[in-house]
Design a protein around this ligand. Structure first.
Ligand code: GAL
Length: 374
């Protein structure tokens, strides 16, 4: 079962990569890449079951490049928007260990402390040091143009991660021949999955039977497209599923657990029994909201629903026991491995796609129990 799931996930990833290939303008070897990836994916899926499903799924991206032996021992500079972020902590740890084990890389990771000026200085320092490639989780996606130009001037390839630049900027890389790429996930999918999780409950999010889902939205940093799309598409999925909705509350919690708890507590105090669903743009905030829900004497699954995104271990445990309704796996393993592989391909002088996306996976009580048991 696990193997089948891994294979399905892997193939989904291969197809999304293939879709990106055909959409890009700069591509060279899309078809052979896809074939090679499919072969390797099958092999990966048939291997032992020791690795987690998402790790096996990530194998599909490994084969996407040609010979990367020139990247062995490469010097990689990594900028993270801030270290104090649950999901990006998992991401950077996985990125470092994979770069070291797969490519014998020297990896330096710096903390942008959520300050774009500080981070831009850090990029400049890496350029001065002459790193071979930069992997960049910018504080502000709107600074991508400035940073991409700095890298271009210095002749250093740039792999942007996690915070998706706008389409016009990605097109500019193509038009101006800038060696840059983006590796992430399509946040619309994660929002849609959140909405679907609510639709799949027995009352579709409508506890009081008035025909309307009355909800609170606890957002991440609204500058970030992940926050924008999750907010929009979770509700769109409910509406597409035939439900009427009423937004009672929407505030930014900046991806932070403490803020998530405070905001959920405020929403619960303000709206009481009328509040039927709390959507959180990520799991850290959902973990906070869970505490607030319990403190307010409400019971998830009985009189309120709660969903997040990321599939942090702690949250998957809550989903398994039913104290959080569901979450969505944000595959930090697949994303970090793809970012590392693409960085190695660029260091080896290969032309790469302008965008790579890794699929999200819905996590409900049924699948969470399986994940938690592993
Ligand atoms: C999102 C993730 C959040 C947060 C954010 C940072 O993809 O779901 O938890 O880490 O990235 O940009």
């Amino acid at each position: 079962m696990k193997r089948i799931l891994a294979l399905v996930l892997s193939l989904v990833m291969v197809f999304s990569l293939a879709a990106c290939s055909s959409g890009g303008d700069t591509e060279t070897t899309a078809a052979p890449e896809t074939t090679a990836a499919a072969e390797e994916t099958t092999a990966a899926a048939e291997e032992t079951t020791a690795a987690a499903d998402e790790t096996e799924a990530a194998e599909g991206t490994e084969a996407a490049g040609g010979d990367t032996s020139a990247a062995q021992g490469m010097n990689v500079g990594v900028c993270i928007y801030k270290f104090d972020d649950n999901f990006m902590t998992l991401y950077r740890q996985e990125l470092q260990s994979y770069l070291e084990s797969e490519y014998g890389a020297t990896v330096t990771i710096v903390d942008g402390k959520n300050d774009q000026n500080e981070q831009t200085n850090q990029v400049q320092n890496f350029i001065t040091q002459g790193v071979d490639v930069l992997i960049l989780n910018l504080v502000q996606a709107s600074s991508t143009e400035v940073v991409a130009n700095m890298c271009k001037e210095a002749g250093i390839p740039a792999v942007f991660i996690n915070r998706e630049p706008d389409e016009a900027e990605i097109q500019r890389w193509v038009d101006e021949g800038i060696a840059a790429t983006y590796v992430g996930a399509d946040a619309r999918q994660s929002g849609t999955f959140q909405g679907e999780i609510i639709l799949e409950t027995e009352n579709k999010g409508d506890f009081n039977g008035d025909g309307v889902v009355s909800y609170a939205m606890i957002m991440g940093d609204p500058e970030n497209i992940d926050a924008q799309y999750r907010t929009e598409y979770s509700i769109k999925a409910l509406e597409d599923g035939g439900m009427q909705v009423e937004k009672l509350f929407e505030q930014r919690g900046d991806w932070d657990q403490t803020k998530g708890q405070e905001l959920a507590a405020n929403a619960l105090t303000q709206y009481g029994e009328d509040l039927e669903v709390i959507f959180c743009n990520n799991d850290a905030m959902a973990n906070g909201a869970k505490v607030a829900i319990e403190a307010a004497g409400r019971v998830v699954g009985e009189d309120i629903y709660l969903v997040g995104v990321d599939a942090l271990d702690e949250t998957v445990g809550y989903v398994a026991e039913g104290t959080v309704t569901g979450t969505v796996l944000n595959d930090h393993v697949g994303q970090s491995h793809t970012a590392a592989d693409v960085a190695a391909q660029m260091v080896s002088g290969q032309t790469v796609e302008t965008k790579y996306t890794v699929d999200y996976v819905k996590v409900t009580q049924e699948t969470a129990a399986e994940m938690a048991a592993e």
